[in-house]
Ligand binder design. Structure first.
Ligand SMILES: Cc1cc2nc3c(=O)[nH]c(=O)nc-3n(C[C@H](O)[C@H](O)[C@H](O)COP(=O)(O)OP(=O)(O)OC[C@H]3O[C@@H](n4cnc5c(N)ncnc54)[C@H](O)[C@@H]3O)c2cc1C
Length: 420
């Protein structure tokens, strides 16, 4: 186990920031200096079982599953709402829950999508029919309603949500974690047994020094907006603009992606003389880091529909790699349904740590299909189940009997792959 250690430069930067923050200059005649230690004091400590970092597509599902399984669970989300790319990114078009005429992913993600579509008076595709194009079975979802419903489900599952916060240091202490988090006006210490990293780019895995994979050239992101016509949430497609080089792995590159996307949209508004009717708050990012897991899903595993012996969820989508010139989805051969093994969610040689979402351990081409939302939700639910059981039995997710994880998933409505 490699504990996360700050390097000296980072430590010095923090000390300087801490000192500055500790000095309060009042508007008139007096100056109050607080000791640095006082300003750096923790405001609140949470002693919990499972910490989910990132409340996006995979993260809120993971947390709801862990909460429903009886684990004391918290989500740390740096943004202002749940859903991540599905809601804040505006990709409210989740897929694919079905393959070759039947449903293959269900559980908590499906429950949320279904309830939000029903509440919104929307429509579902007919899963019994194999569509001509894969996207015809994706589901128009109202991003606003979805985010609110996700909060309600978290509350019902007893999951605490901490918005505008992210981990600053993560330390292994005996058999548990100490995660020191910052938000504006808040310093929080979380003591937990298990961490689920659902940050999209495996941020916590990176902080802890476990290996992550990243390509020199990554898929473009897209900024979602609507120009010239209304965006009716849950009903119509939204306009998309490629943002090449978009990278959400740090605040500087995320800022750059947002500035570039919005500047280009402004130019379009001026050029085409149309009204800007809708603009998402941030760029949707397709690719940053993937983990190096206990196993790696290759594109052959993916396209062959390999049923892993430790499969915990299905996945289904064409191989879908966006490049500078666009995308040409490569559909899977008839009858093939890929699966996701538990070991692809576990950073190699780690303990008490699991991931879910687009950072799943996979080669780049396999990842281009695995990264879609229904698959991320399936991974989220599996990670939530594994972490909750590990916390309950005082072990690590890889040591929980696979049958127990699969049974818990089935109990909570998920479809678990079986060897034929
Ligand atoms: C433009 C675009 C179009 C797409 N089209 C489709 C489509 O049509 N259908 C489909 O199913 N899929 C589509 N996808 C893929 C899919 O939407 C994403 O791959 C998937 O949503 C990723 O889920 P995730 O949970 O891994 O990450 P995200 O949903 O991005 O969630 C990550 C969350 O972690 C938070 N976070 C990150 N770092 C930290 C930190 N350090 N501390 C706290 N919080 C943190 C983020 O704010 C975010 O909420 C598309 C993706 C993009 C970008």
């Amino acid at each position: 186990m490699k504990p996360f250690q700050q390097d000296r430069r980072e430590f010095l930067q923090q000390s300087v920031m801490g000192a500055a923050a500790g000095l309060t200059i009042a508007t008139t005649s007096h100056v109050t200096a607080q000791p640095v230690a006082e300003s750096a004091k923790v405001d609140i400590t949470n002693n919990i079982d499972v910490l989910v970092v990132g409340g996006g597509t995979a993260g809120h599902v993971a947390a709801i599953q862990a909460g429903r399984a009886g684990a004391k669970t918290m989500i740390l989300e740096r943004n202002s709402q749940l859903g991540g790319t599905t809601t804040t990114g505006g990709v409210a078009f989740p897929g694919l829950f079905d393959a070759w005429g039947k449903q293959i992913i269900a559980g908590i993600g499906w429950e949320l999508v279904k309830e939000s579509v029903e509440l919104d008076g929307g429509a579902f595709p007919n899963f019994a029919k194999v569509p001509q194009h894969h996207w015809q079975n994706q589901i128009y979802t109202n991003q606003f309603l979805y985010a609110v419903l996700a909060e309600e489900k978290c509350a019902q599952a007893g999951v605490e949500i901490a918005y505008y916060e992210f981990p600053q240091t993560v330390t292994h202490t005996g058999n548990s974690w100490q995660v020191d988090c910052v938000g504006f006006g808040t310093r929080r210490r979380v003591l937990c047994k298990q961490i689920i990293d659902c940050t999209g780019g495996a941020e916590v895995v990176g902080m802890l020094g476990f290996e992550r994979l990243r390509e020199e050239e990554r898929q473009p992101g897209s900024y979602l907006y609507m120009m010239g016509e209304h965006h009716e949430p849950g009903r119509n497609q939204i306009h998309r603009l490629y943002v090449h080089g978009a990278d959400s792995s740090n605040s500087r590159t995320a800022t750059e992606a947002n500035l570039t996307g919005r500047r280009t949209i402004l130019e379009k508004v001026r050029r085409e003389n149309k009204r800007l009717m809708h603009l998402q708050p941030e760029t949707g990012v397709r690719e940053t880091y993937r983990i190096l897991g206990e196993t790696m899903i290759t594109v052959n595993d993916y396209t062959d529909g390999r049923v892993f012996e430790d499969a915990i969820s299905h996945a289904f989508y064409p191989v879908d790699l966006h490049t500078k010139t666009g995308v040409k989805p490569k559909p899977l051969k008839r009858g093939k349904v890929p699966t996701i093994p538990l070991r692809a969610l576990i950073p190699k040689d780690s303990r008490n740590l699991i991931v879910a979402g687009r950072c799943v351990s996979s080669d780049r081409l396999a990842n281009s299909g695995l990264r879609v939302q229904a698959s991320c939700m399936g991974m989220g639910q599996a990670a939530g189940a594994a972490a909750a059981l590990a916390a309950r039995t005082g072990t690590t997710p890889l040591s929980v009997p696979l049958g127990d994880i699969q049974a818990l998933l089935r109990q909570h409505g998920q479809i678990v792959p079986t060897q034929s």
